[in-house]
Design a protein around this ligand. Structure first.
Ligand SMILES: NC(=O)c1ccc[n+]([C@@H]2O[C@H](COP(=O)([O-])OP(=O)(O)OC[C@H]3O[C@@H](n4cnc5c(N)ncnc54)[C@H](O)[C@@H]3O)[C@@H](O)[C@H]2O)c1
Length: 246
């Protein structure tokens, strides 16, 4: 029932752990996915384009190139994950510069990409934009799951993702009258060969008893891009195996 036939959809960060699966599932559902990432050479014939979400001109260039080649933009996903070298370190080691730089790259990047993408959708009075947030934009971390590892949880991530969840609601409210839907998808932790005992701590705590996979998250993204979600905007679709329900 859910179909993206002929929809032109840009995935910023489409070369990442989640982004690759979003691109794949959009194509499996007959959409035209443009993989836009900082780590690609541009070749729109192959539906790929180099883009830096922290650089307004780079985003403008992407939009202009996509509209010139495909005529319009129907869907847009921000799933890029720019971060500094000290990313994920405990708060004791995070200085003001690091916090500020990450907010600027990640949250401000999602803001400008959202704004410019919506501007490109306005002439058609239709479109769907999705910002990828996180459970850590909704709840605080449980630090016990990191016991026995060198891992921690980023204070900057909490600020960035909480900000993204709520400015997305603002965009939904502001542009609803223009037929543009704006939602967040908030994944729980995605399995990526994390060390023990983190894995067993995480699995013990989450109701569905395992970490998520990109394949768990992408169908929610496809749904929100599709016309099946025509009356869904301003929502935060949390796909987390139940992490945030307890
Ligand atoms: N992996 C997880 O456990 C998890 C959980 C919840 C939410 N998320 C969120 O999902 C999104 C994707 O995460 P991921 O795990 O796929 O990350 P990833 O690091 O695997 O991929 C991120 C992609 O973004 C690209 N990128 C980095 N800087 C960029 C820039 N300046 N401009 C354009 N592209 C840039 C990278 O090249 C990479 O392809 C992020 O918003 C992340 O916060 C991830």
């Amino acid at each position: 029932m859910i179909n993206l036939k002929n929809k032109i959809i840009v995935v910023v960060g489409g070369n990442g752990l989640l982004g690759k699966e979003f691109v794949k599932q959009i194509r499996e559902n007959e959409g035209i996915a443009i993989n836009a990432d900082i780590n690609l050479d541009s070749d729109l014939d192959k539906h790929i384009f180099e883009c830096d979400i922290t650089d307004e001109n780079s985003i403008r260039n992407l939009i202009e190139s996509v509209v010139n080649k495909f005529g319009r933009i129907d869907g847009w996903i921000n799933t890029a994950y720019p971060r500094t070298a000290d990313w994920g370190d405990r708060i004791d080691n995070i200085d003001f510069d690091s916090f500020r730089k990450n907010v600027d790259m990640h949250m401000n990047g999602y803001f400008i990409a959202s704004k410019l993408a919506i501007d490109a959708m306005l002439p058609n009075q239709k479109g769907s934009l999705i910002n990828i947030a996180s459970i850590y934009g909704v709840v605080g971390p449980d630090f016990t799951i990191y016991e026995g590892t060198k891992m921690s949880n980023s204070v900057t991530y909490a600020a960035i993702k909480g900000g993204i969840v709520n400015f997305t609601r603002f965009l939904a409210s502001y542009y609803g009258g223009n037929g543009i839907r704006v939602n967040t998808v908030s994944p729980g932790g995605i399995f990526d060969n994390q060390p023990e005992p983190f894995l067993s701590n995480y699995n013990k705590k989450v109701p569905l008893k395992r970490m998520g996979t990109p394949q768990d998250i992408a169908p929610g993204v496809v749904y929100l891009l599709s016309d099946a979600a025509n009356y869904v905007t301003g929502q935060n679709l949390i796909i987390d195996g139940g992490w945030t329900c307890i």
